[in-house]
Design a protein around this ligand. Structure first.
Ligand SMILES: [Zn+2]
Length: 210
């Protein structure tokens, strides 16, 4: 499996490009910006995008989705509870002092149990609300990898002071869904360096009392 993590945009959102060498199909997660960096990898590895997944509706994760959808024809998956975040894109853009991006169409609501297949790998949608109400994570058991969006970071957790945030809910999402995964599972957060479930169980100062 090809897996490239590209920090994109002003807030350096970690965009993941997964590609299956057999079928030459790809899944893109969180195309926040700099779509040309993504298409360059797709071209280099001769990959065709089969799905675009957005972990939540914040501008730094979703801003490039409309453009990538138009370029590739691939469907966009996002949890329907974050459609309210897309209604706030102009507000989010104003906070950052950037222009408002095109609002993406959401083709499929990514819900608990939604399953996408890429070659031999399954991408399981886990609903992990708290950072936003529609925040999801992706668990890929064949790769022992978690794409955590802005729910869990190395040594930190997602902020809960923005619209739709809930501090108790993010902790229970981490405890019930993410800390149930194998300790050796690699975690690719929405921003910053990778980690593992075990490391965050042991060392994350926000999760001491979980
Ligand atoms: Zn966010």
């Amino acid at each position: 499996m090809i897996h490239k993590v590209l920090p994109v945009g002003m807030l350096q959102c970690n965009c993941s490009v997964f590609g299956d060498e057999e079928s030459r199909e790809a899944i893109i997660i969180d195309p926040g910006a700099e779509i040309e960096k993504i298409t360059e990898i797709l071209d280099r590895h001769q990959l065709k995008v089969k799905a675009i997944i957005v972990t939540h509706g914040h501008i730094d994760h979703v801003a490039g989705a409309a453009k990538l959808r138009a370029l590739t024809g691939a469907p966009v998956y996002m949890n329907e509870r974050d459609l309210e975040q897309l209604d706030l894109l102009a507000v989010q853009a104003a906070w950052l002092g950037v222009s408002t991006p095109e609002r993406t169409q959401v083709d499929v609501s990514a819900k608990e149990g939604t399953l996408l297949q890429l070659g031999p790998a399954e991408f399981h949608v886990l609903e992990t609300p708290g950072h936003t109400q529609g925040s999801i994570s992706l668990w890929i058991p064949q790769e022992t990898k978690l794409i955590a969006g802005d729910t869990l970071f190395r040594d930190s957790i997602g902020r809960t002071d923005l619209p739709g945030g809930n501090p108790r809910q993010i902790l229970s999402s981490i405890k019930a869904k993410l800390f149930d995964l194998p300790g050796e599972a690699a975690v690719i957060p929405g921003h910053g360096p990778a980690t593992t479930i075990e490391r965050e169980k042991q060392q994350n100062p926000f999760l001491r009392n979980l």
